[in-house]
Each structure stands twice: as structure tokens, then as C-alpha cells.
Design a protein around this ligand. Structure first.
Ligand SMILES: [Zn+2]
Ligand SMILES: [Zn+2]
Length: 388
């Protein structure tokens, strides 16, 4: 029996796990029930799971040598489910991004791989990650050493997608998701009377120049081949027609598909903000409270892994699709080791019932679980065979 047939035999088991998780969604780093289920299943299969970070679980199998990481995220969203499914959420939260299916499929893969442990040419490590939706879980597991002991050489992740064609593996060429960074700019001048600007330092005028100048980075310094965005979405200063305010506040978001462009934009934004503020006699600080890297496929590994999936599933089950401007915190893994991240289409047959991720009506076709689990397992085995 091939791996795919073996995965099909686990269909009912994966569906049961998924539905159990679906009924009790948990958020962020608070995943007691979810973690207990993952822990129990892994132990049943003969693994020795370990805690990693605030709420992550890892386990590994095989033998010392090259190591490939397989990742699933486990958290849900704070929204009320409206699907009417018999196994609908029993609390006020919902697995509307399908992370319940990721857990079920990666547990399926863990079972498949355990049955083939003696054939593994190296080590497979699992990453069951919390807090993807708040873009904090993978960083927490990385800081807790998920990529060490054994050292991870390559990583593979998958996301189920409710709108993509059912049972197809869909990949984006190199950049899968854009980076996202929030910025806050604070400008300090000196307040005064609107009639006597010579006695004040106007932070509001300075903020206007900064907003315009930031766009020059995109127009004059970033190649037309690199997609990038800088948007100031909120500016605030002043209260009255005859008072020059003391301070001005600006905040916004940047997006980029390459880590290099992302870092360049940050550096130039800071230089331009501080430089313009100085030119207008103000002081200025730039803060980056929150951000995630672009989720980037390693080109050579992508060619190898997508080629392997084509061979495994057949040409007709693999499609290419443009990258998404959304963000995904597997990005942190992809910036640390050569990685590939693909989508698994799970569109339901009835078009009137197709809703996007994060919708409270979203449905996923559960028949794709065998494909997901088999692709996780086969990708790991194939990669180890080639690189051992
Ligand atoms: Zn999501
Ligand atoms: Zn997600």
C-alpha cells in the first residue's frame, strides 16, 4: 500500500480529531485542551512529545542526520461561528482559519511516518505552534530553540484554503506572503500662538512633509520589480484654529515581499523622519511595535519539493497561484532556514457555500485531509532520502 492509500485509511481518525478541536476552539497561547489532545495522540503513537516555548509542542522521529521540520498551527479566532455544522463551536470562538485541520493532518502525518520510521534517512521534527493569528507563536518557539537539537536543515508548512480548488496543492512562486510592519512616528515641536509662528516650532507642518517624503522611498529608491507599500493611515495633531500644537502623531503600515526591501524601507524611513524633523527644528522618533517577515520559499528547495509533490500526487493536482498580501508567521521559520509553504485547496462543491478564511460561515472539504497528511509525510521522507 502506498503512502497515499495509507493516509486515506486515516481519514476517519483525522476527521474525528478535527471535529473535536473544532467544537472547542482556543486562542493565542491559551490552548490547554488542544495541547492535551495533541500530546495524547502523539504519546499513543509512540512519540515523546516535549513542550516548546509558552504553548508549543514538538516531537521527532527517525535517526540522527539531516532534519526536516513539519509545522502546523493550532489557534482559532475570537469570533462566533455561524456555519450550522453539527460539530460547530461550543464557545464564542471559531476555527475559521482551519488550524484545526492543520493539527489533524499533521497528526495523521505523524502516524504515517511512525509506521515508516525504519525507512527514514534522517530526522523529522514536528512543530505544533500556538498564536499564529496574533503573529507571535512561531517567534516564541524559535526563541525557545525549536530549530536546534537536532538542528533543522529545512522546513515545510501547509495552509488549508477554503476558496482554492478542492484537493489541489497550490504554491506561489518564491514569495508566499508579504511582510507586515506597524510604525508609529512621534514628532515634537514647540507649541505657541497661531498668529506668531516665529515663536513656535510647528510639528504639524513637519508631519505633512514626512508623509510626502516617505512615498519617495517607493518612487525613487525601490526597484519597480519589487512590490512594496508604505501607507500612513492615521495622523493627528492640534485642536484649535489659533494654537500651534506641541506634538504630532502618525501611524501606518509597510508591506514587502523581500526581507531585504523590508529592512531597507525601515532604515530609510527612520533616516528620512529624523532628517526632515531636524530640518524643521523638530525632534522625531520612529517605533516598530509589531511586525512579521515575508513568508518566503527557498527557490531551490521549492523546485525540489514541488517537483516531489508533482511526482507523488500527479501533475494535475499541483497548481501555481499568485502570492498573497496577507501575512503568515511561518515567515519567521522561512527567514531562519530554507523553507517551503504551500496551500491545500479545500473548496466545497456548492459555490453558494464558499466563504473566505476568517468568515464565520467558512467551510472546508474534509476529504482533503488524506492529501494533506500524505504530502506532509511524503515530502519529509523524500527530502531526507535525497539529502541524507
Ligand atoms: Zn488566519
Ligand atoms: Zn491561518
Amino acid at each position: 500500500m502506498g503512502l497515499y492509500e495509507e493516509a486515506k485509511a486515516l481519514q476517519d481518525e483525522m476527521t474525528a480529531i478535527r471535529r473535536q478541536l473544532h467544537e472547542w476552539p482556543e486562542l493565542g497561547f491559551e490552548l490547554p485542551k488542544t495541547k492535551a489532545l495533541v500530546w495524547e495522540k502523539l504519546t499513543e503513537m509512540g512519540y515523546e512529545p516535549q513542550e516548546c516555548g509558552r504553548a508549543g509542542i514538538t516531537a521527532s522521529l527517525g535517526k540522527p542526520g539531516k532534519t526536516i521540520l513539519l509545522r502546523a498551527d493550532m489557534d482559532a479566532l475570537p469570533m462566533k461561528e455561524e456555519t450550522g455544522l453539527p460539530f460547530s463551536s461550543k464557545n464564542d470562538w471559531m476555527h475559521s482559519c482551519g488550524h484545526d485541520t492543520h493539527v489533524a493532518m499533521l497528526l495523521g502525518a505523524a502516524k504515517l511516518l511512525k509506521a515508516h520510521e525504519s525507512e527514514l534517512a534522517g530526522c523529522v521534527k514536528f512543530m505544533f505552534q500556538p498564536a499564529e493569528e496574533i503573529l507571535a507563536g512561531s517567534a516564541d518557539m524559535l526563541n525557545s530553540g525549536i530549530l536546534e537539537n537536532p538542528k533543522v536543515d529545512a522546513a515545510f508548512g501547509m495552509h488549508i484554503m477554503s476558496e482554492l480548488p478542492c484537493d489541489k496543492i497550490v504554491y506561489a512562486d518564491r514569495y508566499v506572503n508579504a511582510s507586515a510592519d506597524k510604525f508609529i512616528i512621534r514628532i515634537k515641536g514647540r507649541g505657541g500662538h497661531g498668529a506668531m509662528p516665529e515663536n513656535a516650532v510647528d510639528p504639524l507642518l513637519c508631519a505633512c512633509y514626512i508623509n510626502v517624503a516617505l512615498q519617495e522611498i517607493l518612487g525613487r529608491e525601490i526597484s519597480g520589480k519589487d512590490l512594496a507599500v508604505i501607507t500612513v493611515c492615521h495622523m493627528e495633531s492640534g485642536e484649535k484654529e489659533n494654537i500651534i500644537p506641541e506634538t504630532a502623531f502618525m501611524e501606518g503600515t509597510t508591506r514587502a515581499y523581500s526581507g531585504k526591501v523590508r529592512e531597507y524601507m525601515k532604515k530609510r524611513m527612520e533616516e528620512i523622519c529624523v532628517g526632515i524633523a531636524a530640518a524643521y527644528r523638530c525632534e522625531c522618533t520612529v517605533e516598530w511595535p509589531f511586525g512579521v517577515s515575508p513568508n518566503e520559499n527557498d527557490p531551490a528547495l521549492q523546485e525540489e519539493i514541488i517537483g516531489g509533490i508533482r511526482e507523488f500526487l500527479g501533475e494535475e493536482k499541483v497548481l501555481q497561484n499568485p502570492a498573497s498580501m496577507g501575512s503568515e508567521d511561518f515567515a519567521n521559520v522561512s527567514q531562519a532556514v530554507p523553507s517551503v509553504f504551500v496551500s491545500l485547496g479545500a473548496r466545497v462543491e456548492d459555490d453558494s457555500k464558499v466563504f473566505g478564511q476568517h468568515s464565520n460561515h467558512v467551510l472546508f472539504d474534509e476529504r482533503v485531509f488524506a492529501t494533506g497528511a500524505a504530502v506532509y509525510a511524503d515530502t519529509a521522507m523524500r527530502w531526507l532520502k535525497k539529502h541524507a
